[in-house]
Design a protein around this ligand. Sequence first.
Ligand SMILES: NC(=O)c1ccc[n+]([C@@H]2O[C@H](COP(=O)([O-])OP(=O)(O)OC[C@H]3O[C@@H](n4cnc5c(N)ncnc54)[C@H](OP(=O)(O)O)[C@@H]3O)[C@@H](O)[C@H]2O)c1
Length: 240
Amino acid sequence: MQRKSDLGGLRVAVTGGTSGLGLALVRLLASRGARVAFVARTAPAVEDTARRTGAYGIIGDVGCKDDIFPIALQITGNLGGLDVLINNASSLGPVPMAPLADTDCEELEQALAVNLLGPFRLTKALFGSLAKSANEGTGALVINITSDAAVNAYPGWGAYGASKAALGHLTAIWAEEAKADGVRFRAIDPGDMDTPLHALAMPDADPAKLKRPEESAAEIIQTMRDALPCLTAHSARLTA
Ligand SMILES: NC(=O)c1ccc[n+]([C@@H]2O[C@H](COP(=O)([O-])OP(=O)(O)OC[C@H]3O[C@@H](n4cnc5c(N)ncnc54)[C@H](OP(=O)(O)O)[C@@H]3O)[C@@H](O)[C@H]2O)c1
């Protein structure tokens, strides 16, 4: 069993940290000793999550180009650097979900802005800090949250699915290119979870048949630990 503080001192940023999977990640990371900064658009929810978890809350829209550098500066300024970036915030595109023929160009643009360009811009803005962390031996990792809609052609999921497929491929290419800098990349599909986003997309789904976001968050943190050997050494020191 991992000790409560097995992530002690690890600096992690999570986009979309006030609901569903992002909130579960912020809670679990903070409870295990990580220093966490998170982003979301709705000020009262950001303030509430920050108060309850002790994590640093940032109000911003990852789909908005002008917000990216202020978000990145607040992350590194508050955490004093960055070891792990989790690009989790997401847009469904049209709601209710719609066939591509009924999807407005602006709705596709919105899905791409939040699900693809946002992670791309934020990763670029933070890459220097991540590479520094990798160079100093802490290790550095970018986790991009994808979906099974990236690989399965679900009717009605065109804007979301295309944006997540592009995010998956972006992750794979970046993983190859960033090897020299020691920055690792993972694309993770968290599975169908009982969250507000799922309820919006599939209002008739039975929540009892869906994963709890806390379960997916724990799996993602395990993947994070496996990708960062420094954490294994850190844990071994704690349990010695
Ligand atoms: N739920 C599922 O079954 C499922 C399945 C596969 C993959 N996923 C993926 O898992 C991730 C989390 O989904 P979820 O179901 O937990 O979603 P959720 O409950 O709707 O939470 C989304 C979070 O992202 C924030 N957010 C949304 N748009 C944003 C933006 N433009 N800028 C900054 N923050 C933004 C939201 O707060 P504000 O609205 O206040 O900004 C909220 O904190 C997503 O990447 C999703 O695609 C989910």
